[in-house]
Design a protein around this ligand. Structure first.
Ligand code: PA5
Length: 466
């Protein structure tokens, strides 16, 4: 079992402006300092995500809750995660990676009796209305996930669901159809849980939203739909232990962070693409985009020009017919990280039909998994041939152990990259003003200052509206 990173195509000709040995030596010493700083923050107790694979008590909260539900006999048919951002993207990525394709469209037998898993991740009324029209509230369980316990979108989703549940099932039963995942001490969800006896699982205080997939944020929905969360956490622990060295050559997440940092800051590769060649890993790209963007796009000091790469997700081979033209011939401002899978599971042979038509005949006898993998290698080679830097991350297979490893790999890489850029990867002050303006427009009592600031903004000029 392993995850490998091949970064040959970042370093060597024919890559334009490949990372030079001198740059690599220099970043190796910056990385040693970055690694030590991350280790120090971890020792201080501020980087809780690193300890999650070993937190048996926290994992047990989830296992006990799920076991109680299973023993209760009325196991839900539908799990609905209410949340947004870091509280939603992890559950979506885990469902897509570790449950059968089209999970929610399968019948109960094909799902092995496990429930469907829906994740809202927005407040678009059309989507919520459509979901509510399909759900049986008597057999659905709602997992309300918010670290802060007060995010406007998630609270709005919750209020709608709670009112529906109360109207349909009555107040007492409604309480048993919701479970909260939130901070152990603070926030509105914790207050409601205490006051009303709603079950609430913990997101440790020292784990922030986008680093929380290995807390009940991701682990509870995963366990509820039958994913092996013990293997998920074991894979994450293995990757964490692989990244204990401050020597770049022995630290896979450090190597990835250093490559991306150098590519961005020394070679103008400001856009960094994660491109899995596996439908199962497609939503992992969205999860990575949030992690990389919200963690690294920052001011180093207030008011400076700001730093940080722009992450982008893509899917192979689909996006070979969409974005790859841009990667090949557009501005040379990108790196592409391909994600490959060694053993893709049951393959499908392409039939030998139309042997007299050359455009089809060459496909016969090959397999779809083989085609996908050859296309990935061809695209990586073509990019390298055009001087475009790329690297390949390979998972032996897509199972809980490797997915846990991949999540930890990207989280650690983000922590290291934060140190290399000189920013705090664990806050998100840039989203605060928009939130305050939202509160102001919705009339929240404590938003007077934001309201005043909002009023000062230029009004829309009719002369500039077409
Ligand atoms: O990474 C983050 O901190 C954010 O993206 C949050 O996950 C998102 O804003 C939701 O916050 P909360 O979990 O507090 O509702």
């Amino acid at each position: 079992m392993t995850i490998r990173l091949d970064y040959t195509n970042m370093m060597a000709p024919p890559i334009d402006g490949a990372i030079s040995p001198a740059e690599w030596n220099e970043v190796a010493s910056s990385f040693a300092a970055a690694h030590d700083a991350v280790a120090m923050q971890h020792q201080d107790g501020t980087l809780g995500f690193i300890d999650l694979p070993d937190d048996r008590a926290l994992h047990q909260q989830t296992l006990d809750f799920v076991a109680r539900l299973r023993e209760g006999g009325a196991y839900p048919t539908d799990i609905v995660v209410l949340g947004i951002g870091g509280s939603a993207l992890g559950p979506i990525a885990l469902r897509t990676a570790l449950r059968a394709p089209q999970w929610n469209l399968l019948d109960a037998a094909a799902r092995g009796g496990e429930p469907r898993l829906h994740v809202l991740d927005n407040v678009d009324p059309a989507n919520i209305t459509a979901l509510l029209a399909r759900l049986d509230l008597h057999t659905s369980l709602f997992v309300v996930t918010s670290k802060s316990g007060g995010t406007a979108e998630t609270m709005a989703q919750y209020l709608i669901i709670r009112a529906r549940l109360s109207a349909t099932l009555g107040e007492q039963a409604a309480k048993t159809r919701v479970v909260f995942v939130t901070d152990p001490e603070k926030g509105a969800l914790r207050t409601i849980a205490r006051a009303q006896g709603v079950v609430a699982l913990d997101i440790p205080g020292n784990v922030g939203g986008r680093f929380s997939v290995l807390t009940p944020v991701g682990v509870l929905p995963a366990a509820l739909v039958g994913i092996d969360t013990t293997a998920l956490l074991a894979g994450a622990a293995d990757m964490r232990d692989r990244c204990s060295s401050s020597d770049l050559s022995g630290n896979i997440a450090g190597t990835y962070a250093a490559l991306q940092y150098l590519a961005d800051t020394k070679h103008g590769r400001h856009i960094q693409v994660l491109m899995p060649y596996s439908d199962a890993l497609r939503d992992m790209a969205d999860w990575f985009v949030q992690l990389w963007a919200e963690s690294l796009g920052k001011h180093r000091v207030p008011g400076d020009a700001g730093v940080g790469p722009t992450p982008m997700g893509a899917l192979g081979a689909t996006d070979q017919h969409s974005k790859v033209q841009l990667y090949m011939e557009g501005p040379g401002d990108k790196t592409v990280t391909f994600v490959a899978v060694d053993e893709g599971g049951a393959d499908v042979e392409i039939p030998r039909l139309h042997a007299d038509i050359p455009e089809l005949a060459y496909l016969g006898g090959h397999h779809l998994g083989e085609l996908l993998d050859i296309e990935r290698r061809a695209t990586a080679g073509a990019l390298a041939r055009r001087g475009r830097p790329n690297m390949t991350l390979t998972l032996e297979r897509v199972n809980p152990w490797h997915v846990g490893g991949l999540l930890m790999f990207l989280e650690l890489a983000t922590a290291y990259a934060g140190q290399l850029y000189g920013v705090n990867a664990f806050d998100q002050p840039g989203v605060e003003l928009g939130k305050q303006f939202t509160y102001a427009m919705l009339g929240r009592a404590d938003a007077g200052k934001a309201r005043a600031e909002w009023e000062l903004l230029p009004k829309s000029d009719p002369a500039r509206v077409l």
